[in-house]
Design a protein. Structure first.
Length: 195
């Protein structure tokens, strides 16, 4: 596509903004109890948006058009990653792990644990997830994806003592990958749109 197609660029950018709004609404309605069908729809919309911006990248987008697209995209990445990652964790762990209100997990340690008093691990997982997605999507949008490695390193160092439990390791890996995949793809979409 050449820069002589400003109308097509506007249509593509507007379509991507609408997709981000729809993904944000789907995500907000699935925060409390994420289910598979809405997350599949949101994921398909994100995948379609990525294909569109790769095949027909908007060119010469006005700054005023890029600001709302970026804002809605960052919100969709930050908020939408929560139900996406939680659904991935639910699918992976089934009923083996109970989640706490703050995103932590209740576990019974393998050998000398009291089943009547499970331990809570990885408290604050929900807030940490929001922060890691926000940092990741902003890093990709501004063209500094290397910063995502720092986010992972800080998270890993902070969680290191809790990763001795197999359930914690599993949730850490699955949750981090799902969360960063969601934020990274949306960040890439925004980056392609901004040029």
């Amino acid at each position: 596509m050449s820069s002589a197609d400003p109308l097509l660029s506007i249509i593509v950018a507007a379509s991507i903004a609408v997709v981000m709004c729809v993904v944000l609404v789907i995500s907000l309605t699935n925060l409390r109890a994420p289910s598979t069908a809405p997350m599949v729809v949101a994921s398909a919309l994100i995948a379609a948006a990525l294909v569109i911006v790769v095949v027909v990248p908007p060119t010469d987008m006005a700054v005023l058009a890029g600001i709302p697209l970026t804002a809605v995209g960052i919100a969709a990445a930050t908020i939408g990653g929560n139900p996406f990652a939680r659904r991935a964790l639910d699918i992976a762990s089934g009923d083996r792990v109970r989640e706490t209100a703050d995103g932590g997990i209740l576990i019974i340690a393998a050998h000398d644990a009291d089943p009547e008093h499970p331990r809570t691990l990885m408290r604050g997982g929900t807030v940490i997830g929001y922060l890691e997605r926000l940092a990741a999507v902003i890093a990709v949008v501004v063209g500094f994806p290397e910063a995502v490695a720092a986010v992972i390193a800080v998270k890993g160092i902070g969680r290191f003592p809790e990763l001795a439990e197999p359930e914690a390791r599993e949730r850490f890996i699955i949750g981090t990958v799902a969360s960063l995949l969601w934020a990274g793809v949306i960040g890439a979409i925004i980056r392609f749109c901004l040029g």
